[in-house]
Design a protein around this ligand. Structure first.
Ligand SMILES: NC(=O)c1ccc[n+]([C@@H]2O[C@H](COP(=O)([O-])OP(=O)(O)OC[C@H]3O[C@@H](n4cnc5c(N)ncnc54)[C@H](O)[C@@H]3O)[C@@H](O)[C@H]2O)c1
Ligand SMILES: [Zn+2]
Length: 369
């Protein structure tokens, strides 16, 4: 098992360990019990994770109080589910000495993290992510929350996990589209922080897609190291953490304009292409990188087409309401070169001219890249 320590200098008590290992699921409970003796455990998972037998694999013959989110997925990521879970915990007479365990993808992790942040003013949460998105991204960094009927993650809190356990074998049961689109966050990490890692992903895509343990462990460790180094520097998203938003400004807009019909990873892939076009227009080069990315997304079967129903105006309207917008205009995270985010006067977000962004959206819509 490989371990990565996430240090939070402003709050050493919030530091935590990420353990990565293939086939580790059956041993995790014993490790949790050993490090947190006497704590009552409460498990949150979802119907698909149960169906895929990961719950059985984690528990073995043990029984734990648990809540199974049904239906699985974003539809249940709302405050009603949070209320149901909290009331279930109260009925089980769980006190402030309990520990929440999240077994599942980013939806389960975000809900369980938020429940743990607010239950009796906060109890620890342990993340056991089971998707490419959650193993690369959402289980690390402490952002938790649920959606309102108006927007995503409207209710939320920062809640660092007490520990993260990643068993890459759980990815074997993930649906192909979920698996592939989730890898976009790994590509994003490589782009913002590590050129060699990008080359690794390009060269080893076949074994990654075959879901072989070794490459999956390798990318899990790489992703966690990159994400950890960013969140250590900026645990509460004041500045540097914005680099994790690479490809997300236009990506989120396309995702939202499609009414969440296209998957997050696909939208971010489109957003990454957009960022690359902007970088070229600003004179940072990257023609070869763009060609390489097109090829990589192609091999992942990720379509870079913006659905026909989405207009330039719609995208512009959504980005002007971006939560990081200043005077109704977003700031873009851009690359100076592969592995290096453009940073001017200590700011990682670039005030890109409207004309350049409009031209970029035209190029995307017409697929002329
Ligand atoms: N907190 C953060 O920093 C952060 C970062 C990125 C994304 N997110 C959030 O994460 C969510 C998306 O996460 P996700 O992509 O993991 O989606 P998800 O949790 O909804 O999982 C996708 C689907 O796969 C199923 N599933 C999960 N693990 C499985 C397995 N091992 N085998 C078979 N099926 C499995 C789920 O039941 C679901 O149907 C979004 O709500 C997003 O906002 C949060
Ligand atoms: Zn993302």
């Amino acid at each position: 098992m490989r371990k990565i320590q996430v240090k939070i200098p402003s709050c050493p008590k919030s530091s935590y360990c990420i353990a990565v290992g293939a086939g580790s699921l059956p041993k995790i409970l014993a490790q949790i019990r050993k490090s947190l003796p006497g704590k009552e455990l409460f498990l949150i998972t979802d119907a698909n994770v149960v169906k895929a037998k990961h719950l059985k694999n984690l528990l073995g013959k043990e029984k734990l109080p648990l809540f199974i989110i049904t239906p699985a997925g974003e539809k249940s990521k709302n405050i009603k589910t949070v209320i149901k879970i909290i009331e279930e915990m109260e009925k089980k007479a769980l006190g402030r000495d309990c520990v929440v365990i999240a077994l599942g993808g980013g939806t389960v992790g975000d809900i369980a993290g938020f429940v743990a942040a607010i239950y009796k003013r906060g109890v620890p949460v342990i993340q056991i992510p089971t998707t490419t998105v959650s193993q690369a991204d959402s289980s690390v960094g402490g952002k938790t929350g649920v959606d309102s009927s108006v927007s995503k993650n409207a209710f939320g809190s920062f809640k660092n996990p007490a520990a993260v356990f990643i068993d890459v074998s759980t990815l074997k049961t993930l649906d192909k589209e979920q698996f592939n689109t989730g890898l976009v966050e790994s590509i994003k990490h490589a782009l913002i922080a590590d050129e060699e890692y990008l080359k690794y992903l390009q060269k080893n895509l076949k074994v990654i897609l075959a879901r072989k343990a070794k490459p999956l462990e390798y990318i899990a460790v790489k992703n966690c190291r990159i994400k950890a180094s960013v969140v250590e520097a900026d645990p509460y998203e004041k500045n540097k953490r914005r680099v994790l938003n690479y490809g997300h400004t236009i990506g989120h807009a396309v995702e939202s304009a499609s009414n969440y019909k296209i998957l997050h990873g696909q939208a971010v892939a489109i957003g990454i292409i957009a960022a690359n076009i902007i970088e070229q227009k600003l004179g940072f080069g990257g023609k070869e990188r763009l060609a390489g990315l097109k090829k990589l997304f192609g091999k992942l079967d990720i379509s870079l087409k913006i659905p026909k129903t989405i207009t330039k105006r719609q995208i512009l309207d959504i980005i002007s309401r971006d939560k990081k917008a200043v005077k109704k205009w977003p700031r873009f995270v851009l690359l100076e070169k592969t592995g290096k985010v453009l940073c001017k006067k200590g700011q990682f977000a670039h005030k890109t001219e409207r004309k350049i962004v409009e031209e970029t959206i035209n190029i995307l819509i017409k697929q002329k890249f």
